[in-house]
Write a protein that binds this ligand. Structure first.
Ligand SMILES: O=C(O)c1ccccc1NCC(=O)[C@H](O)[C@H](O)COP(=O)(O)O
Length: 602
């Protein structure tokens, strides 16, 4: 779908709009509009790349003047927005792209367009009003069904941030593009670049480029992509095509924000841990995801994906879970929405996390044990993928981490990015700056870490520390320290770093913490590791459990054992007195009480 931005007149604004790479930009030469571009220096159009069609917009202007302005500004297209005849249009055809505009209402006679068919390149269908254009009003787009000619058309009139996503539902074969004008303005003729940027992302399904973010092909540097069996292609492709449009939809955003606030209890506090700060000689802050409804960060993603699944018309949800937190979060939101839920969980994890299994069952989910391999998270993931292949039409697979084929890693990271978005604002209140010196989080697949890192990725002064599980020791043969032990390969649909044998067989991971017991990391983490943007370290079971106990005793918080890995890393770091350090307290430790109790012999 092409994009035309119309009604520009300020040089700096023209440059900023051109940087968004629309397909057409329009300059209006009509003295009755506040967008009149008279006096605009032709130099202001010099910087516009040749790929963008520079369009002069005229209302019943003389042919001589139009020719003069074409020569002066180097227009490659003209838009005739008045009552110009087919013959008038014909005089320009072949020299420039001729766009003939018409104002439409329910009485519009499409027959009249036949006379123009050979004399124009494009039509532009605007809203019929008393003025000639820039009304900010929409017309009933179903009228377009009456248009049967084969000249492509721009849709125009009142397209704004709140209805831009709807244009993607227009299936008319000649629908060529959208024309954006007054609904994207700060004042007439001055465009709001941020609003336009969002609209471009929706229309082009574009990824907002972040240095460490995903590219259009679904890769983070060397990692990512979608390595999936052919049978999964339709499911993943549907998601790829739809996810950004849905995520950017105002209605979706409002529903997501409302549930995060009123159901999950967000924003989660950023707590200044004073006794930790004293102990470690820096300002230590805990981002309290453990206080979310269901006790971890996982609910952020579960809500996002279920809302998305509903918009995709899915009736059944499947998920995999390791520690049970993602399973509980998914079962919870399915109960809330009245949707069928099946959770796959490794048999060993089911035993380690029995209370969470009971919770899921109480919430109405079916918990299916994965009995192959190590009977842990990776095996549960395999089972879930198998289910999805068998049920492509009605089922949405909610992956709980930033793993899996594109677009999952990006989609999950976006849902979890609320963690760092809030942290930035909260830090300002404590420290006057939104940037800390360090951000720490544990990494299994890496979703709490990616949410915690997300809005700091481009602020390179912020050191990102990702803590993996070393299990019984990195070289003990019982570990999940992926970056220390792994290398590049494909796991669960994406190219990443994973623990594997020389023959490419996945090495069974081990960690006392079910949520970190995963043989790979998400592709974005692999990229952060390889590019040295993040420091990836590992912590043993013993170190984590001791750190968990310390957190209970110093701050009165029983952390999940996953989280305790991140806390344990503090012991190994040296801080300056004024350093601000944020740790993601990804989950609460109730589910791990048995493990803690057995280890410490209470
Ligand atoms: O925008 C104007 O002020 C204008 C005035 C006279 C003729 C054309 C004009 N605009 C050209 C366009 O193509 C507009 O983008 C179109 O009318 C839609 O505008 P809006 O309803 O503001 O989205």
């Amino acid at each position: 779908m092409k994009i035309k931005v119309c009604g520009l007149k300020h040089p700096e604004n023209i440059e900023a709009v051109a940087a968004l790479q629309p397909d057409y930009v329009g300059f209006i030469f009509y003295d009755k509009t506040p967008r009149y571009a008279a006096g605009l220096s032709a130099d202001a159009l010099q910087a516009i790349p040749a790929s963008i069609q520079k369009t002069g917009v005229f209302v019943n202007e003389s042919a001589e003047n139009i020719d003069k302005l074409i020569a002066e500004y180097g227009f490659n297209a003209i838009q005739l927005h008045g009552d110009e005849s087919p013959e008038f249009c014909a005089a320009f055809k072949g020299r420039v792209t001729v766009i003939k505009a018409f104002g439409l209402n329910e009485d519009f006679d499409f027959e009249q367009l036949k006379d123009y068919a050979n004399n124009v390149d494009l039509f532009l269908f605007d809203t019929k009003t008393k003025i000639y254009g820039g009304s900010g009003k929409t017309f009933d787009w179903t009228i377009l069904d009456q248009y049967k000619l084969d000249i492509p058309f721009f849709l125009s009139g009142g397209i704004g941030p709140e209805n831009i996503a709807e244009v993607k539902n227009i299936t008319h074969p000649q629908f060529y593009g959208v024309d954006l004008n007054s609904r994207f303005e700060i004042e007439p003729g001055l465009k709001n670049i941020e609003k336009l940027k969002d609209a471009f992302n929706i229309v082009k399904n574009k990824i907002q480029q972040m240095k460490y973010g995903v590219n259009e092909q679904g890769y983070y540097g060397d990692f990512g992509g979608a390595y999936i069996p052919e049978m999964l292609y339709p499911n993943v492709e549907e998601l790829r095509q739809q996810y950004l449009t849905i995520l950017n939809d105002d209605g979706f955003k409002a529903e997501f924000d409302d549930l995060l606030k009123n159901y999950v209890g967000r924003p989660s506090p950023l707590y200044h841990a004073k006794r930790y700060s004293e102990k470690y000689g820096a300002n230590i802050f805990f981002k309290r995801e453990d206080l979310n409804h269901t006790g971890s960060h996982k609910i952020n993603n579960a809500i996002g994906q279920i809302l998305l699944a509903k918009r995709l018309g899915k009736k059944r949800i499947i998920a995999e879970t390791g520690a049970g937190q993602h399973g509980v979060a998914t079962a919870t939101v399915c109960a809330l929405m009245g949707i069928e839920c099946v959770v796959y969980m490794g048999e060993i994890d089911m035993a380690r996390q029995a209370p969470n299994v009971s919770r899921m069952k109480m919430l109405g989910a079916k918990v299916v044990p994965a009995t192959s391999g190590s009977k842990t998270l990776k095996d549960a993931t395999n089972e879930a993928l198998r289910d999805w292949i068998g049920n492509p039409v009605d089922t949405h697979y909610i992956i709980g981490s930033v793993v899996g084929p594109y677009p999952y890693p990006d989609m999950v990271a976006r849902f979890q990015s609320i963690i760092s978005a809030e942290t930035k604002k909260q830090l300002v209140e404590y420290t006057g700056s939104e940037l800390p010196q360090y951000v720490l989080a544990c990494v299994g697949g890496g979703s709490n870490a990616m949410g915690m890192f997300y809005h700091f990725l481009d602020d390179e002064s912020v050191k990102l520390v990702a803590v993996e599980a070393a299990g019984k020791g990195v070289n003990s043969g019982e570990s999940a320290a992926t970056t220390a032990l792994g290398n590049e390969g494909v796991l669960h649909g994406s190219r990443t770093i994973l623990m594997q044998t020389e023959d490419g067989q996945v090495v069974e991971p081990y960690s006392i913490s079910a949520g970190l017991d995963y043989p790979g990391i998400g592709p974005q983490h692999a990229h952060l590791f390889k590019s040295h943007r993040g420091e990836y370290v590992s912590i043993t079971d013993d170190e984590a459990l001791q750190a968990g106990l310390l957190c209970c005793q110093l701050e009165g918080i029983i952390p999940a054992i996953e989280t305790a890995h991140a806390l344990a890393q503090l012991e190994k770091m040296k801080f300056e007195a004024n350093d601000n350090v944020v740790i993601c307290i990804s989950g609460r430790g109730d589910k791990d009480l048995d493990t803690y109790i057995k280890y410490f012999g209470y």
